[in-house]
Design a binder for this molecule. Structure first.
Ligand SMILES: Cc1cc2nc3c(=O)[nH]c(=O)nc-3n(C[C@H](O)[C@H](O)[C@H](O)COP(=O)(O)O)c2cc1C
Length: 395
């Protein structure tokens, strides 16, 4: 914690007094702590307490020194944000992008990791609205330190107590360590489907949404990498803090990949690239006409193989979406395309596509294999980077 720059957000819950004790511990361990309080938090604990503990001003308003754009400056100058306690209200605002005070505006402007530690009455915590907000925030890559069961302010027992100081410190330490894991690395991620045009209104495509690649790009950025995301046609939002280039067809992706991925430290190719494209693109919408349409298809360039042929010192990771004989097919790809590792997922039906859960296995070398298990895509992205860091550290 020595020298760590921490932005501590305090919102208006009973547990706000525990944030003062946490601040004291952080300062004793050598951290530099900036405290932002909501107006409601100031009803529970005086800003003076935090100012005295940190020896620094406490921030409460967007408007105190607007010429310094405090919400942006605070998240640029710090390495991590911890909101403890996080009220149900603050979680709801953050899940919906509301930025009507300094704390919510700063969190929304953050490209640094954000940890939220909810604390509230057990019914508020169990309420489907709060649970849905937490699920949204978790899926966007926010760290959540779950509340604990125990004695609540209402003199009842239930789940809603702020996590213990030990767990909050552990989450901070883990996040700070993780935020440096890819510092100085240039990472390129390809994501999403391709569209191969057939006429002005039709195309051949696939069920990929880019969700896995977006999660991998977001996680790499959270670990300190300079990330470029080459993103196909999808309605999903690319992560903040990442350079984004859009492609539509396999050939456009190839051009972008050769420009950005050659020379990168790590390239993770998750894009679902069409193997074929219609031989001709009609200038006008094709008429219904014949019962059977015979359309010749041409082979597309193999983007991954082209990258493999030029990879130099880049650590190149492919993705294999297979419907059968997963491992054997993936190992063939690993060798043939000169990849350093390949992540395999089973896409029978539309499993593996879209936002939601997935299951991955990472393969490398002749027989290296690590099961990354099943989980939400942001969780799997974190496990994938843990496994990759271990691999390229020893390659
Ligand atoms: C005595 C008291 C205790 C409260 N404790 C909590 C709490 O622990 N968690 C919570 O989510 N809200 C709690 N609230 C409600 C919040 O203070 C209220 O939703 C407020 O608008 C939160 O503002 P903020 O999120 O901007 O800090 C409490 C309110 C009162 C009056």
């Amino acid at each position: 914690m020595n020298g760590a720059r921490i932005l501590l957000g305090v919102t208006g819950g009973i547990a706000a007094y525990k944030a003062a004790a946490l601040t004291s511990t952080l300062v004793q361990r050598g951290a530099l702590v900036d405290v932002v309080m909501t107006a409601e938090a100031e009803r529970f604990v005086a800003p003076l307490t935090f100012a005295a503990l940190t020896g620094r001003p406490v921030f409460g308003s967007l408007w105190d020194a607007p010429e310094r754009i405090p919400h942006v400056r605070l998240v640029r100058e710090n390495a991590v944000v911890l909101v403890a306690p996080a009220t149900a209200n603050a979680l709801a605002k953050l899940a919906h992008g509301i930025a009507d005070d300094l704390l919510t505006a700063a969190v929304l402007a953050a490209r640094i990791p954000v940890i939220l530690a909810p604390a509230m009455n057990d019914a508020m915590y169990a309420n489907p609205a709060t649970q849905a907000n937490l699920a949204t925030l978790r899926a966007r890559g926010y760290g959540i330190v779950d509340p604990e069961a125990g004695f609540l302010a209402e003199r009842e027992r239930g789940i809603g107590r702020l996590a213990s100081e030990e767990r909050l410190l552990e989450a901070l330490a883990r996040t700070l360590e993780r935020s440096r894991a890819l510092a100085g690395k240039r990472v390129v991620v390809t994501a999403g489907p391709t569209r191969e045009r057939f006429d002005p209104v039709r195309f051949v495509s696939n069920a990929s949404t880019g969700a896995m690649g977006i999660a991998i790009a977001r996680e790499a950025a959270a670990r300190g990498a300079a990330v470029t995301l080459l993103l196909g046609p999808t309605l999903l939002e690319p992560p903040a803090g990442v350079a984004v280039w859009r492609f539509e067809s396999a050939r456009e992706l190839l051009d972008l990949a050769l420009e950005h991925a050659v020379g990168a430290d790590v390239t993770v190719a998750t894009a679902a690239v069409a193997d074929w494209r219609p031989a001709t693109v009609a200038a006008h919408k094709r008429k219904k006409g014949a019962d059977v349409l015979e359309e010749p298809m041409l082979r597309n360039p193999d983007v991954l193989a082209e990258l493999g042929a030029r990879k130099g010192a880049t650590f190149l990771v492919g993705f294999a979406a297979e419907t059968d004989d997963h491992r054997a097919n993936a190992r063939v790809k690993l060798r043939a395309k000169h990849l350093d590792a390949i992540a395999v997922n089973d896409v029978a039906g539309e499993r593996g596509f879209g936002v939601g859960r997935n299951a991955l296995t990472l393969l490398w070398g002749d027989d290296g294999e690590r099961d990354l298990g099943e989980g939400e895509k942001p969780e799997l992205a974190a496990r994938l980077w843990d496994a990759l860091e271990a691999r390229f550290a020893c390659s």
